[in-house]
Structures are given as structure tokens and as C-alpha cells.
Ligand binder design. Structure first.
Ligand code: IDP
Ligand code: MG
Length: 139
């Protein structure tokens, strides 16, 4: 059964360009409630662990360098059908393929530097949320 939470990161490129406010506005306007949120920076070990599923991919080193180069905003979001609806809101991994009006179409520069993360399943939403937040930080 689908749960109602997903996990997101506003990635270093989005933070560097000053897009935190605009992206959070789109997330709120789409009906997501922020359950937990923080500005943080991933260490190399954090990024390698978070993206371990991609460790054999040719872009893995580039991905870890990118995701650790500056602050991110990590957040847990709540909405009915959260995982699927959030993936729709952010658009395709490659902004060139992302639908008009999606966050990646508006704010992403490339398939690598694509502004925002969204969990791809309820199970990963729970794992990724727990990776970034302890129970005490959530309500
Ligand atoms: P997703 O974020 O849309 O779920 P994934 O395929 O899970 O996309 O890839 C994770 C992240 O790895 C992407 O969001 C992007 O930052 C990076 N990435 C994916 N494909 C490439 C690529 O071909 N070159 C460089 N970076 C990539
Ligand atoms: Mg993915």
C-alpha cells in the first residue's frame, strides 16, 4: 500500500543559484506539507552511501563530487500519493526530457546537476528519510 511520505533534497546547484525559496514555493503549491527540513552538507561517505545503488555507473564519481560540494536542503514531505506525485512535480532526470513547468525543467542545468532529488518508492522514501533525520527531528 502506498504511504503518504516522500524524501527530497534540493541539491547543491539549486542552493548555489538561490533557488531554495522558489522550489519550496512550488512544493507547497503542489500540496505537500513539510514534515522535517534542514540545510546540511553531505560528506563523501554520506553521498557514497546514499547513492550506493549507482556505484558501478560511470557517473558515480562525478555524482559524489557534485552532491558534496556545497549545502543541500533535505526534507521529508507529506501528501496523499506522495512518492509518485513528487516524481511528477520534479520531472525527468534529464531536464531536456522534463515536462514544462516541472522543477527540473525550470531549475536544472543538466542530467547530472538536476536541482532536486525525489525518492522512487515508498521503501526508499523511508530509508532516505531515516538516513537524513533522526526520529526526534520529525513530528
Ligand atoms: P533520479 O534522480 O531521477 O532518480 P537516477 O537515475 O536515480 O535519477 O540518478 C541519480 C542521480 O545521478 C541523478 O538525479 C543525477 O544527479 C545523477 N545522474 C543520473 N544519470 C546521470 C548521467 O548520465 N550523468 C551524470 N549524472 C547522472
Ligand atoms: Mg533515482
Amino acid at each position: 500500500m502506498a504511504t503518504n511520505r516522500t524524501f527530497t533534497m534540493l541539491k547543491p546547484d539549486a542552493v548555489e543559484k538561490g533557488h531554495i525559496g522558489a522550489i519550496l514555493e512550488k512544493i507547497s503549491a503542489a500540496g505537500f506539507r513539510i514534515v522535517a527540513m534542514k540545510l546540511t552538507q553531505m560528506t563523501q561517505n554520506d553521498a557514497e552511501t546514499f547513492y550506493a545503488i549507482h556505484k558501478e555507473r560511470p557517473f558515480f564519481g562525478e555524482l559524489v563530487t557534485y552532491m558534496t560540494r556545497g549545502p543541500i536542503v533535505a526534507a521529508i514531505l507529506e501528501k496523499e500519493n506522495a512518492v509518485e506525485d513528487f516524481r511528477t512535480l520534479i520531472g525527468a532526470t534529464n531536464p531536456a526530457d522534463a515536462a514544462e513547468g516541472t522543477i527540473r525543467k525550470l531549475y536544472a542545468a543538466s542530467i547530472g546537476e538536476n536541482a532536486v532529488h525525489g525518492s522512487d518508492s515508498d521503501q526508499n522514501a523511508a530509508i532516505e528519510g531515516a538516513f537524513h533525520f533522526s526520529g526526534r527531528e520529525m513530528f
